[in-house]
Design a protein. Structure first.
Lengths: 124, 165
């Protein structure tokens, strides 16, 4: 029984290691900033997910109880990862994109990041 | 019944907070369950003024289905993107911006959609239009941007419509 656990834990650790590696490799290999942004999103989802599943299995095996902190780590990662990605994307748009280089907005005036600054309301 | 409704205006939020508290404690006991429920009632109550128009989540079954679909997609898309990174030359990749016209109007629903798009590798949501009617998405490899738009609209947005609106 312990052997099965060990094989499973190893498998998950290897999977997460592989995805972590591919994520970091993509960061070097891809050639423009927006494409590079795609690589780290891999490392945070499957890469970290694999380690956390391995960690749950390990506490189950060694201490015989179900540790649920890992689920919370996953939850918080899934909540925060898109926000950092969005910040980096917005910065890229500010510095390198113009309204012409982005696709048409559809029914609105402009993309929010590139929208002309509105007149700020006077302080009261 | 009325009192219960005023005390627990958002049952799902209450349940969520209780579950998160139990996960934080990492050990089930009646004490922590009661304290979790206490937090689950008090926190929504005192944050009410800061978050006035909380959306009503209609369809708990649909939420569960949505989470499962997203988790499955994360795994599949990870493998797809890993293969793109490892085996495809940069010059053969065709990164593209895609504009997704939104039918969702609830801010919370749009947030969930944008987060989902970023989490499923291969697509990153970058920006929203100034009135919030379309979403700007960057794709790592999209020879056919129209197909990406249709898939996102059909797979995620349609389900979020049922949950939020």
């Amino acid at each position: 029984m312990a052997q099965i656990y060990e094989i499973l834990i190893t498998a998950f650790l290897v999977i997460s290691g592989v995805f972590g590696f591919v994520g970091s490799y993509g960061l070097i290999k891809l050639d423009n900033p927006m494409s590079r942004l795609h690589a780290p999103t891999k490392a945070t989802t499957l890469g970290v997910g694999g380690v956390l599943i391995a960690s749950i299995l390990y506490t189950l095996m060694s201490e015989g109880r179900l540790s649920m902190h890992e689920l919370l780590i996953t939850l918080f990662l899934l909540l925060t990862a898109p926000i950092t990605a969005n910040f980096i994307a917005k910065m890229h748009i500010h510095r390198h994109e113009t309204p012409e280089s982005l696709p048409k907005v559809g029914e609105d005036q402009s993309w929010a990041t590139l929208a002309p600054e509105k007149h700020k309301p006077e302080a009261e | 019944m009325k009192i219960l409704q005023r005390l627990v205006p958002h049952p799902i939020l209450t349940v969520l907070l209780t579950v998160v508290w139990l996960l934080l404690v990492n050990h089930f006991s009646l004490n922590s369950l009661v304290f979790g429920l206490f937090l689950g009632v008090v926190i929504p109550f005192i944050t009410q003024p800061y978050w006035p128009d909380r959306p009503n989540l209609r369809n708990p079954w649909m939420i569960l289905q949505y989470i499962v679909i997203v988790l499955y997609d994360i795994v599949v898309a990870n493998i797809v993107v890993a293969r793109l990174i490892l085996f495809k030359r940069n010059k053969n990749l065709s990164p593209a911006w895609v504009c997704i016209p939104l039918e969702l109007r609830t801010p919370e629903a749009i947030t969930v959609l944008a987060a989902t798009i970023t989490l499923t590798p291969g697509t990153v949501s970058a920006d929203l239009s100034d009135q919030g009617h379309s979403l700007l998405v960057h794709c790592l490899d999209a020879p056919d941007p129209g197909a990406v738009r249709d898939e996102i609209k059909d797979r995620y947005e349609r389900r979020l419509m049922e949950i939020f609106e």
